[in-house]
Design a protein around this ligand. Structure first.
Ligand code: GTP
Ligand code: MG
Length: 259
């Protein structure tokens, strides 16, 4: 039997997307892991009614549930609440996925396959076969520049540190002291991966083509991008103390393109 898979989808004002993404995700999971899966929507009291739509889905789809949070305190907090719920449930694999179709559920299949040989699998836009559709030059530059900056500062050979489509084994979430993660947004994604590497877990990247959202509004801002500039160097100080020391498992880092 496949280990239980929980897909955590954070939502804020995704009324136009939530039903479609949940149904598409459930359809893939029914095909891939029929006996053991769950979709957890984490909604921060979206004013556009996303939470109510999600409740309706949970009523009609037995493996869907909703975690309602009282207020929007950031994507990192929403993920931490979702991880906590999944770990209190039977999750062995936790997948982070956006609600806006930027993360295509068809990648769940290669992601789960890669999780057989890795502790953390990253959906990567910047390995061979990956990419970004529909982004303007500025957004591309910020994403590539930010990723390279983090890679250099932290000294880790990861091609896509800021992506939010990943599959994490329970053992990783239990080892990286989630309660002390403070970062939000992109830095949250960097921090989870960085701590997993520091703890000696095997991280692998699989290529994904990221599609820009077609409906709903973006929560990306220049403030979030700038915040990352000073927050990334801080991770070097907080990270090592935070991870429980583990025996590195040999070839800790790999991606499909460079083994
Ligand atoms: N629960 C919760 N979800 C959030 C919050 N901020 C963003 N999200 C969700 O997290 C996912 C990623 O956020 P996006 O706004 O798509 O961020 P992005 O992909 O960097 O930027 P755009 O696609 O351009 O908007 C989406 O499903 C959002 O609805 C938040 O504060 N709380
Ligand atoms: Mg998005």
């Amino acid at each position: 039997m496949h280990p239980p898979v929980w897909v955590v989808i954070p939502t804020y004002n995704e009324a136009a997307n939530v039903e479609g993404i949940v149904r598409a995700t459930v359809a893939e999971l029914v095909r891939l892991v029929p006996e053991a899966h769950r979709v957890l929507i984490v909604d921060d009291n979206s004013p556009d009614g996303t939470g109510q739509i999600a409740d309706g889905l949970a009523e009609s789809l037995p493996r869907v549930e909703v975690l309602h949070r009282a207020a929007k305190t950031g994507l990192g907090h929403a993920y931490l609440a979702g991880f906590d719920r999944a770990l209190h449930g039977d999750a062995e694999l936790v997948i982070e996925m956006d609600a806006d179709f930027s993360h295509d559920p068809r990648y769940l299949e290669p992601m789960l396959a890669a999780a057989g040989n890795a502790d953390l699998v990253l959906g990567s836009r910047y390995v061979e076969g990956g990419g970004v559709e529909d982004w303007g030059l500025l957004r591309r530059l910020i994403s590539r520049g930010g990723g390279l900056y983090a890679r250099l500062i932290l000294g880790v050979p990861i091609h896509d540190l800021t992506g939010g489509f990943k599959c994490i084994h329970r053992r990783v979430l239990e080892a990286i002291q989630l309660e002390s993660v403070r970062a939000e947004g992109y830095v949250f994604q960097i921090e989870v991966t960085y701590r997993a590497l520091l703890a000696g877990f095997r991280v692998s990247e699989i290529p994904i083509v990221f599609r820009d959202r077609s409906v709903g509004t973006s929560k990306m801002s220049s403030r979030i991008a700038l915040e990352a500039m000073w927050a990334v160097p801080m991770l070097r100080r907080s990270g090592p103390a935070a991870v429980r020391s583990r025996q590195p498992s040999g070839d800790a880092i790999g991606s499909r393109d460079d083994g």
